[in-house]
Design a binder for this molecule. Structure first.
Ligand SMILES: [Zn+2]
Length: 295
């Protein structure tokens, strides 16, 4: 086949355009981060609730450990189940580690749910367990989705820690925050910051500054939320003082913050179900933390 001059010019032009397009596509591919998907996180809330209440020692609790473990292994994290004993109870904290660098940050959430719905308005339901869609599953779902989307090459060491037995206080032989207490006591080195997410899925999301939290770290995260377009959810006012998984780290002098929406009418009731939570709320918290970590 002999090409005419005109055919050669056209062929060369087509090849040039294709090469340019390929280059552009490659650039877009490299620079587009995997986005935090609130719907995907919401599915993880539903999945956990579908297992049933995750009470320390029960089957759903064991299935949740397995789910968190397998999910994060798949995303390329290094997993460890920390088995300790606190107040005579076996405690299993799940630790996922990735990355290296000068900065070491721990993100934490509790995965257990409360054995008794002692705040339920119906006294007959107060010995039933809490389904824990917001109080338990939401924090886990945000961490799992961050585990999926966080860049592998962050210049930081990140630990995602899923605490056991946060929510069994005021029950004979138990107390609040047993998992995080045991975990904090096991630290031989101190991270730069600890960020706890708890009850972050409320469809009517209102996160006030928590009074025991480190105020500089709170400023930093609330500022990131505003810049990310979520200022209406992260309200720049203090409202509650909460005993949560950040407390053992505050006691060690580590800058720590509790991101919690405590204006949740279904707290410790049998009505803490997935329909009270939303993908948008999970996104607001997840994207804020993503932006804060990758800033
Ligand atoms: Zn609770």
């Amino acid at each position: 086949m002999k090409l005419t001059r005109r055919q050669i010019i056209i062929t060369a032009a087509i090849i040039t355009v294709l090469a340019l397009l390929g280059g552009i596509m490659a650039l877009i591919g490299r620079n587009t981060p995997v986005l935090f998907n609130g719907q995907r996180a919401f599915r993880d809330v539903n999945y956990q609730v579908s297992l049933g209440p995750r009470i320390p020692g029960n089957t759903a609790h064991a299935q949740t450990i397995e789910y968190i473990y397998q999910t994060l292994i798949k995303y390329g994290w290094e997993l460890e189940i920390q088995e300790i004993e606190v107040m005579g109870h076996p405690i299993k904290n799940i630790i996922a580690r990735r990355g290296s660098g000068d900065e070491w940050i721990i993100l934490g959430a509790h995965y257990d749910t409360r054995r008794f719905a002692d705040r339920d308005p119906n006294p007959q339901l107060q010995y039933d367990p809490v389904p824990g869609a917001n109080d338990g599953a939401s924090g886990v779902a945000v961490l799992l989705e961050l585990g999926r989307v966080l860049p592998k090459d962050l210049d930081k060491e990140i630990w995602l820690v899923f605490f056991d037995a946060e929510d069994q206080g005021e029950i004979p032989t138990w107390d609040w925050i047993l998992g995080s207490k045991g975990f904090a006591a096991s630290l031989t080195d101190l991270p730069a910051a600890v960020v706890i997410v708890d009850m972050v899925g409320d469809a009517d999301l209102q996160i006030y500054r928590e009074k025991n939290s480190n105020s500089d770290l709170t400023d930093d995260i609330w500022k990131t939320a505003r810049k990310s377009g979520f200022g209406k959810y992260f309200i720049d006012e203090e409202k509650y003082s909460i005993l949560d998984d950040h407390i053992p780290f505050i006691r060690l002098g580590i800058p720590s913050v509790d991101i919690i929406d405590f204006d949740y009418p279904y707290w410790h009731t049998t009505a803490d179900t997935a329909d009270k939570t939303s993908a948008d709320s999970l996104s607001a918290v997840g994207i804020t933390l993503y932006n804060w970590l990758t800033r």
